[in-house]
Design a protein around this ligand. Sequence first.
Ligand code: AMP
Length: 465
Amino acid sequence: MSFNTLGLTAQTLRAVEEAGYQTPTPIQAAAIPEILKGRDLIGIAQTGTGKTAAFVLPILEHLARAPHVHGGHRTPRALILAPTRELAAQIEETVAALSRHLPLRRAVIFGGVGEQPQKDALRRGVDILVATPGRLLDLMSTGHVQLNAITHAVFDEADRMLDMGFLPQIRRVVKALPHKRQTLLFSATLSKEIEELTAEFQRNPATVEIGRRSNPAETVTQFVYPVPKSRKVDLLSELLSHDHLESVLVFSRTKHGADKIARKLQQTGVVTATLHSNRSQNQRIAALKAFKDGKARVLVATDIAARGIDVEGISHVINFDFPLHPEDYVHRIGRTGRAQAIGDAISFVTPEDEPSVKAVEKLMRKTIVRKTLAGFDYTDRPMVHEPRAPRPHRPAPRSAHASHRSEKSTAAKAGSGGAKHARPRTAAAAPARPRRDSAPHARAGAPVSRPGSTAPRPGKVRRRP
Ligand code: AMP
């Protein structure tokens, strides 16, 4: 299969070639012809499968074939809605790369940064608008965005948007769209809620499903490391002493935890960036850039980064804290093994996490291999708690706009706890409580690790007809 057979025009094919894409990924091969026909489509595929280009390419074709009347003001004709700022920014990058030889304009709008540049871009005229729901509704309410010329609407990571509580906002956006439009919905999983959403927003959609439902990227090798909570940071440091962990995304359940892990790694000389919702948008952009450019070997993130982060060559994902929801596991580990690269997903598992591991194994219908690191001392130790920085005063939001509030609150939901701008502290600044390996309440001996199962390595990506 080649891109030449998909019905794309020469300018688009040139951009595809310049982007370095040689052959269409399975979701592209399946979805592009359907979308080009003008059908609504449900795409069940994870990030990392090439799904962004799967919807961007045919939309570009449609828009380029029906150019705006010269001299007329361009109002958006394609709207791509995404759950997070990071994902919106990445989609815009893909649109930019693939539309470079086409006379189309684009803009991306999301919260957490100033509105003015976004308003200016909209005023100059836009064909393709990429947006997160909160900021989009804000700019709609002030009259800066009109959606009455939309012919193509995309809901990307729709399952994530529902998880984040965006359904009311999505409904308000859809109300503002013309009835006659093509609607594409992408989701990593096809849940009952997603099926309800598609029934509400789409007409006779084609469904393209890549891989088994809820199946993580097929190229990811997964391991579980049973470890007491007190030994997790040291196990992480120990693993990072191996050079083949080149570019590592570490997931923490909380923002405070993410900061703490990052401080610990920095102390051991590992260049580390952090990404969570207590950081300003500029800090988040800088952290991602440092990680993407290879300046930071490790990125410690909360689940806000679990979806859509597109960093080439992540060699390992480490679940420092095992996710509470099995779906989050699937999304986290989808950050590695991208575009057919082989990556490893490592999960630290305390005895309390075992039920969550079981839930993930049930969802994936496979057992994850248990591993122990040779030579590592797994003996439980009393935890040394760092004092938490006092929570700074947060001024009341200037706008009481409901959608604005919602975007912030969903960002906050992505990780919990932790103080904004926590001062960097070293372990030396922690209360001088001695570490006692033989503390009376310390469990004796290393936890027994279950023998590794012989779970097969996932096979090829399969497409369900
Ligand atoms: P996505 O699933 O859209 O986030 O894409 C994951 C990664 O795969 C991105 O870095 C894309 O640039 C890349 N990609 C998309 N399509 C192709 C393709 N046909 N060949 C190679 N890489 C691709």
